[in-house]
Write a protein of this length. Sequence first.
Length: 96
Amino acid sequence: MSFPFNSRLFWDVDLNQIDVNQYHDFIIVRIFERGDVEDIRQCRRFYNNSKIKSALLNTKHFLQNRLHLAAAIIDEPIEKFKCFTIQQSTPQHFPY
């Protein structure tokens, strides 16, 4: 089976070696962080909603500017995301 997602999102990965079932958390998070609308649609067609929700809610690192998009897509408040909780518990200096 060929890799079902856009290879531009996985430029740093050997696509012949990655198993889409074993590494679904990594793939889902990467697509939601760096993909466009069509990439996210393809991801939602390939993986079921519970897998997507679990991967996004339990990831420790997620790009801040895509967090609200992911929350809207899976219909969960950002407070339920582990990455948001971790970020709130380790505040950084104010960028002035």
